[in-house]
Design a protein around this ligand. Structure first.
Ligand code: SAH
Ligand code: SF4
Ligand code: F3S
Length: 463
């Protein structure tokens, strides 16, 4: 039996893609291994979003040179976003790589491996085609929460970002297909689904059969549903999709990422308020608090507009946790611009934030501009924001001490709140998949610690 080792970088879309390829190979008789040394096939599913993400791939793929020399029959594949954006350089710098394949060529990977076994020559399965295939996958890494793709690609033009290039234009997955997969997952015992897309709030703007340019963004989250969408047909916008997922029996929690502040609007917030299974968590990347920087980033909103959205969201969904992404050191970012970001972070009071130092990315518009903020200034700004946000997150976490929270158990002794906080708890006999009430007794790092309230167990064991 051939053994497969898969290493995944980047976002949840990539995690799901890795699950998809793994499932296809398991169906062909492969077995998963945790050890590269005993693998027949080693796959790297790569990310190109920041320089740092790529460095790790270069060094980890590079480290296999010797192993490949000793075991020339080993197959090494580089898949995903970096495989697409660095296709010229990968074979050149890494001659021990057997194949590269972009995110749109996922379903061709098993064939490709077969062909390599037959012909033993390096291959590239990169063609610039649009990814519009969606398949139901048979392999999920966890038995409690499953990733479900609802759309591929991105139609935004954020000037720092490589994703529209690596993932191609936006295509939504027909709602009936999404619901079919969620129902199957519920039948297999999954309790939570995370709906995935680079910009889920523009769900429904373009379907696989439609040519590019049809139904472009109308802004502010208003994609008018057609008659069939309104009545729950196979086409609908994201809020309507949430309604349908909310109705699937057995799924207790619904999450989704990512939302773009331009497209996330009142209709979504109202759906979060009204649909009991949709968790009170919104990841809403702000990127900067300076209007000048936001404009050059081509984000389409001002700091004030962002804060107003946040206010409306918190009014409609008071318990909501809001998380964000911020980039420091974007080209031309002055001390004053940075101070605006500091003020926004203070004002917004995010539950947590990913803070990144800008790096130029191939194909992104900003990569043609001078990367003029010195490394040490980027570093200082990063540290300032990290420290500020650390304090905010801690005081937010502390508010849970003494409270009872609903936890979906993911592994023995650990689970998550609806607001996506990790909780460790003491309890005997609580199984993954159960929903329990936990009394929070304290905070450790970014996690809550507590005890399960035995009499308050809300839902039974999953099958
Ligand atoms: N579609 C999502 C995720 C994009 S990538 C979204 O729109 O938010 C995740 C994060 O990486 C972005 O939100 C941004 O903060 C960061 N990022 C993207 N390109 C970057 C770059 N060139 N340098 C630094 N951070 C970047
Ligand atoms: Fe990149 Fe912007 Fe698309 Fe997100 S919305 S993937 S940041 S281009
Ligand atoms: Fe990275 Fe591609 Fe995701 S660039 S963040 S793996 S879409």
């Amino acid at each position: 039996m051939k053994k497969l080792f898969v290493e995944t970088y980047g976002c949840q879309m990539n995690v799901r893609d890795s699950e998809e390829v793994t499932g296809l190979l398991l169906e062909r008789g492969y077995a998963l291994t945790e050890s590269q040394a005993e693998a027949d096939v080693i796959l790297f599913n790569t990310c190109a979003v920041r320089e740092h993400a790529e460095h790790r791939v270069w060094s980890n793929v590079g480290a296999l040179r010797q192993m490949k020399r000793e075991r020339p029959e080993l197959i090494i594949g580089v898949m995903g976003c970096m495989a697409k954006s660095q296709r010229e350089t990968i074979f050149k710098r890494m001659p021990h790589v057997d194949f590269i394949s972009g995110p749109a060529q996922l379903y061709e990977v098993p064939e490709l491996i077969e062909t390599i076994y037959e012909e033993r020559k390096p291959m590239a399965a990169i063609q610039d085609k649009r990814r519009a295939e969606f398949q139901n996958i048979s392999y999920h890494a966890s038995g409690v929460s499953a990733l479900v793709t609802v759309m591929e690609g991105c139609d935004k033009v954020c000037s720092y970002c490589v994703v529209p290039y690596t993932r191609g234009p936006e295509v939504s997955r027909p709602a009936d297909e999404v619901i079919g997969e969620v129902e199957r997952l519920a039948g297999q015992g999954y309790r939570e689904v995370m709906l995935l897309g680079q910009n889920v709030n523009s769900y429904g703007r373009r379907w696989p059969s439609e040519p590019l340019g049809v139904r472009p963004s109308t802004g502010s989250g208003r994609t008018e549903p057609n008659e069939s969408e309104k009545t729950g047909g196979s086409r609908m916008n994201f809020s309507n999709l949430l309604k349908r997922v909310n109705a699937v029996k057995g799924i207790e929690r619904i999450r989704f990422i990512t939302s773009h502040p331009w497209d996330a609007a009142e209709e979504l917030f109202a759906a979060m308020r009204d649909l009991p299974r949709v968790c009170e968590h919104l990841h809403l990347p702000v990127q900067s608090g300076s209007d000048k920087v936001l404009e050059r980033m081509r984000r389409g909103y001002t700091a004030q507009a962002y804060l107003e959205k946040l206010e409306l969201l918190r009014e409609l969904v008071p318990a909501v946790a809001v998380t964000t992404d911020v980039i420091v050191g974007f080209p031309g970012e002055t001390e004053e611009d940075f101070e605006s970001t500091v003020r926004l972070v203070e004002e917004a009071q995010f539950d947590s934030a990913f803070i990144f130092s800008y790096s130029p990315r191939p194909f992104a518009a900003a990569s043609r501009w001078v990367d003029d903020v010195p490394q040490e200034v980027k570093g200082r700004r990063l540290q300032t924001l990290l420290k500020l946000q650390e304090g905010i997150a801690r005081s937010k976490d502390e508010t849970f001490t003494g409270q009872e929270v609903e936890v979906l158990v993911e592994e023995p002794g650990a689970g998550r709140t609806r607001t996506n906080r990790k909780v460790y708890f003491e309890a005997e006999g609580v199984k993954p998949g159960e929903l329990v009430k936990v009394r929070v007794e304290g905070v450790r790092g970014h996690s809550l610690m507590g005890k399960v309230m035995p009499c308050l167990k809300t839902v039974g064991v999953r099958s």
